[in-house]
Structures are given as C-alpha cells and as structure tokens.
Design a protein around this ligand. Structure first.
Ligand SMILES: [Zn+2]
Ligand SMILES: [Zn+2]
Length: 342
C-alpha cells in the first residue's frame, strides 16, 4: 500500500475550488476505524458545495454517502469490526452536551461536524470515522448500493419520525431523484398509494419510478393523477420552486406537506396554501442514529430496493462528468469508485 491516495478536495470556500489531489492515507486512532472506500454517492449537497451554497471547512475531502470495508481499527476497537462491509453515519463529531445531542437529535447540534464538508469524507480511497458511525451493510445489498444507506437514513428521518402516511393514504412525491425514489418506497412501506412526479428533464428518473412500480407522471399530468380533493401527503423532494408549488397545490385540505429537498437559496412559496388548507408541515434535516436503525429495518424487510437506484459508477478522475450528469438528471444515483484508477 502506498502512503498517498487520490482525493477530491474542496480547496477553498466559494463557488468552484474543487480539485483532485494526492493526499496522505489516514490512519485509525482511538475509537476510530479506517474504511477502504468501495463507493461514495454524489448528492445534491455535493452540488451545493461546488456552487459555494453549503458551509464547508476547506481544504476538505468531499463525499458523505460512503460504503466500504473496514481495513484498519483503532487500538481500543473490537476486533469483529475488522473486514466488515459498512455504510457510514456522517457526523464525525457533535458536542454530546447540548439538549439536541442529549435527546438523540445530533443532527441539530450546532457543533456538528460532518464528513465531506467539515472533516475528510469518502471521495478518496480511505476515510477514517468513529466506530459508532459504522453500520453493517446487509448481504442482500449490492456493493455499490451500500452508498445509498445514508440518503435512505435521511429519508427515513423525514418520513418515519413521525410516520407521515397510514394505510389508505394517497401520497405525491415531487422530484424523482434518489431522495424522491427512496421516499416513494418508504411511503409505500407505510401502505400509501404513491404517485411520483417529475419534469420534462426527468425522463430517465420517471422511467426508474415506473420500473419500481409507481405511477410516474410529468408535472402537467399531476391533475389527472390526483385523487378527489388532493393527496393526503405531499413530499417535496426536488428542492425547486416549481416542485414546492406543485406539492402545495396538490395537497388535500388538512393534509401533510413534508419538505425533504433543499433549495440552497431562498425561494418564493405560496404560504397562504398552508393556512387555507390547514396543512401540517414537517421536514427532516439529515439523519439521526434512530433513522439509521429505521433504514436498516427497511432494507432487511425487503421494502426498499437500493440496487436499482445506482445508474453508474465512475473513477474519481471523472468527477466533473459525474457531477455534470447528476445536475442534468439523466441518471438516478451516480457513485464514484475511488479504488478504480482511470
Ligand atoms: Zn447526501
Ligand atoms: Zn450538541
């Protein structure tokens, strides 16, 4: 093994400032494990980091949707961890003292430092994390698809605590990207009938939605797919102004609006609809230890297909192409495979 590795680094704040660098291979300290990265997913947050719309502490290796195999353990870490295939919770550190940390809501801690933005993440051959951030990946899940545990945990946080749908409910998922297609599957696990909506540029993603068994429509066709009076639950997963408008207008009175997507900047919203329809508004910010448990149960129960959401994998050197394709929407989830050199 060499002492250096190739990594995708945010080198300075602001838009751009991303480059592939040779950096030192990290080692696991006390309480830590080192993960030989199999794959790390490219997420909307990474695009916001490229655009300078998401707080980072550069220079930092990007990438937070990580799966890999533990290849080094800290001196005090139980030996069973060695060699295990895992997915990673993203919080490298939180204060553990504030009311949020103490009530299991580490995602809301103002001292939260996450991999891929504040500390080195998974767009590299190796990443070091606290051992309690590692979760075993079920054997049924394909190697690359282990990278989807993290987004699933985020979706489970927004949709399962509290459960947003009950048997017989109708749900509209706005935005057929990875988060939307995970949300649709979680809502189906709650026995809702689910419609997924996208725009004219989402043909590939809408096809994936219909292959997963959902009614998949373009935004102009939402009215004809809407049940009488509107949807019981609308989940906005696109992080776009148009998406939030579609979601609010499609909700039925006394329904629930769930904001899952992030916009990265302020957008105009028809907030009157929240009052006029007496909508219940909920959301979710990243994941919690509890939502990781939910994600694991959802996978084990067979409710969620992760494998079918991975469209392609590329080497780190091709990051620009991969990020550009993620932006255009001609794929579902793209992952980078750091061990592949090309
Ligand atoms: Zn993400
Ligand atoms: Zn805290």
């Amino acid at each position: 093994m060499t002492d250096t590795m190739r990594a995708l680094v945010k080198t300075a704040p602001g838009p751009g400032n991303i480059e592939v660098r040779e950096v030192a291979v990290p080692h696991a300290g006390a309480g830590q494990v080192r993960v030989a990265v199999i794959a790390t997913g490219i997420c909307g947050t990474d695009l916001h980091i490229v655009d300078g719309e998401f707080a980072t502490r550069p220079p930092v290796i990007m990438g937070h949707e990580v799966t890999g195999v533990i290849d080094e353990i800290g001196p005090d870490v139980a030996p069973e961890w060695f060699g295990r295939r895992v997915a990673l919770e993203t919080y490298a550190s939180t204060c553990e003292a504030c009311e949020y940390c103490r009530s299991g809501r580490r995602n809301l801690c103002s001292e939260r430092r996450s991999i891929g933005s504040h500390v080195d993440g998974g767009f590299a051959s190796y990443v070091v994390v606290p051992v309690h951030n590692a979760h075993s990946v079920d054997e049924s899940v394909g190697y690359l698809a282990g990278a989807l545990y993290e987004p699933l945990a985020c979706v489970a946080h927004a949709l399962c605590d509290p459960a947003v749908a009950s048997p017989g409910d109708s749900a509209l998922v706005v935005g057929p990207g990875t988060i939307g297609l995970l949300a649709a599957q979680v809502l189906r696990s709650q026995c809702a009938s689910v419609v997924v909506v996208g725009t004219e540029r989402d043909a590939v993603r809408l096809k994936a939605a219909s292959e997963l068994g959902f009614v998949a429509v373009r935004s102009e066709d939402v009215p004809s797919a809407t049940p009488n009076g509107g949807f019981t639950v609308v989940a906005e997963c696109s992080g776009s102004e148009r998406g939030v408008t579609t979601a609010l207008r499609s909700a039925r009175k006394a329904g629930r609006f769930v904001q899952v997507g992030l916009f990265g900047h302020p957008v105009p919203i028809e907030l009157d609809l929240v009052c006029l329809k007496e909508l219940e508004v909920t959301s979710g910010n990243a994941s919690t230890p509890r939502s990781w448990g939910r994600a694991e149960r959802l996978v084990l129960s067979g409710s969620i297909s992760l494998d079918r959401l991975v469209s392609a994998s590329l080497p780190i050197a091709a990051w620009q192409e991969a990020f550009a394709r993620t932006r255009t929407g001609d794929c579902v989830k793209l992952v980078l495979e750091p061990q592949t050199t090309a």
